[in-house]
Write a protein that binds this ligand. Structure first.
Ligand SMILES: [Zn+2]
Length: 463
């Protein structure tokens, strides 16, 4: 017997706009969306009057239970997907890492084993490549294997020696192979030589405190690497190139310019670059803002917002990474502190506040950036929209209460949030993943094991 739930009288956020109405969830799918659906026969009816009813968020960039080889976040998939659900994120697309000497199938199997039956929400995976096989034929086989296994994206880095860095020759090979097989290439852009030189001169001057983190990784390093990646992609046959966590407007401008010339290029940003700046490094808690790329100069969030509002950014993710405060404080030098901040649970309230309530985004635009677009790019056909036949991944967001973000109320392990004490507009009220209610009136009621791996298809060709 499948359960049916009728959500009534909400403001539905649909691909073509907002509409007052009802949505019927039957089993794991949306059965109907309409102005006044009949309540008879529904097992449960939920009144969403005054609330916004959104498609569940699809975060295209998370690092749950991350092991970099140097540092390890202490969360697992039960914790990571619980904090996601509490934030209205119903699907995460995380990473499997292909370690040196490992085949991608083994890497994927190892990551799936780690996740086990702990996920509470659905998830997809990107494949992070750290060492390419010597022969192009072998690389092509890897990508074919990935597509067959439901992974449509690879991730490469232009920095982080010795574990992730790829030189231009390796990048070119990966891009060309991805063009042949039509995979999405995600790329972390920071010019390694510029970062290394800035770091060396700061260290030589004894300036290793967290206050110098931003200066060690200049914005120019990001813009140059993005520019180069776009050129290499063009030379490599034009695979779909997705530049992760753009932190300055100039990086987005590079993507926009390439796209205007017909290149398949997409920009992602994360909510921290839209809401925080490098003042964090001079404040009382600089460790709250240590990530790569770093937070930028005071004017950059406004420049990113302008690009976002002009339609130049495809997705907003979190780059969620749940290191604890103890880990962050253990080695208070920018060369040694683990980089990354938690964000899954604060993404939607922050965008509702600094995007929608501030007049920068409409709700349908927010839904496109955080749900429809990532689902289309990463080939999750049953996700990203409220529409009959698709997965019943639904968030009821009440935009009326003003609430305060507090680390102690979040469902992750970090023990801090860079948004401590921030006032936000609204709160996540109810969350459904494939028809099952995981959050009820703000309380988590889910269970480990409900989440499933979602197989990616080739990216939607129109995006
Ligand atoms: Zn990341």
């Amino acid at each position: 017997m499948q359960t049916t739930t009728l959500i009534r009288n909400g403001t539905l956020i649909l691909p073509d706009g907002e509409r007052q109405g009802d949505i019927l969830l039957a089993g794991e799918r949306v059965a109907a969306v309409g102005p006044a659906l009949a309540a008879e026969g529904a097992d449960a009816a939920i009144d969403a009057a005054g609330c916004v009813v959104l498609p569940g968020l699809v975060d295209p960039h998370t690092h749950i239970q991350l092991d970099t080889g140097l540092y390890r976040t202490p969360d697992d998939w039960e914790v990571g997907t619980r904090t996601a659900a509490c934030g209205g994120v119903t699907t995460v697309i995380d990473f499997a890492t292909q370690f040196p000497g490992q085949d991608v199938r083994a890497a994927l199997a190892a990551r799936q084993a780690e996740i086990g039956a702990r996920a509470q929400i659905d998830y997809g995976l990107h494949m992070m490549l750290t060492e390419l096989p010597e022969e192009d034929a072998a690389l092509d086989r890897w990508l074919a294997d990935l597509l067959a296994a439901g992974v449509n994206s690879i991730k490469v880095y232009t920095t982080y020696r010795p574990n992730y860095y790829q030189d231009d020759a390796a990048l070119l090979r990966a891009l060309a192979a991805a063009a042949r097989r039509d995979l999405v290439v995600m790329i972390h852009c920071e010019n390694d030589a510029l970062v290394a030189a800035a770091t060396r001169s700061l260290v030589a001057a004894g300036r290793t405190g967290l206050a110098y983190h931003g200066r060690a990784r200049p914005a120019l390093a990001e813009v140059e690497a993005a520019h180069r990646a776009l050129f290499l992609a063009r030379a490599a046959g034009g695979p779909r190139l997705y530049i992760v966590h753009c932190s300055v407007g100039d990086t987005v401008a590079e993507v926009t310019q390439a796209a205007a010339q017909g290149q398949r290029a997409l920009a992602e940003t994360t909510v921290q670059y839209l809401t925080l700046d490098e003042a964090v490094y001079r404040g009382e808690h600089p460790e709250w803002g240590v990530m790569q790329p770093p937070l930028r100069a005071a004017g950059e969030p406004a420049r990113l917002w302008a690009r976002l509002m002009a339609g130049e950014i495809a997705t907003i993710g979190t780059d969620h990474c749940d290191y604890t405060l103890a880990q962050k404080r253990e080695r208070p030098e920018f060369t040694r502190i683990p980089g990354g901040i938690p964000g899954l649970e604060t993404l939607l309230p922050l965008l509702a506040t600094h995007g929608v309530a501030a007049g920068r985004l409409t709700w349908p635009r927010l839904a496109a950036l955080t749900s429809a677009n990532p689902a289309r790019i990463f080939g999750l056909a049953a996700k990203g929209r409220l529409a009959a036949g698709l997965d019943a991944d639904v968030v009821i967001y009440d935009p009326r209460p003003e609430t305060t973000l507090r680390a102690e109320r979040l469902h992750n392990l970090a023990g801090y949030t860079p948004y401590e004490g921030w006032r936000v507009q609204g709160a996540v009220r109810d969350v459904f993943v494939r028809g099952r209610r995981l959050v009820r009136e703000g309380e988590f009621v889910g269970a480990a094991g409900w989440g499933r791996f979602v197989r990616a298809q080739t990216a939607d060709p129109v995006i």
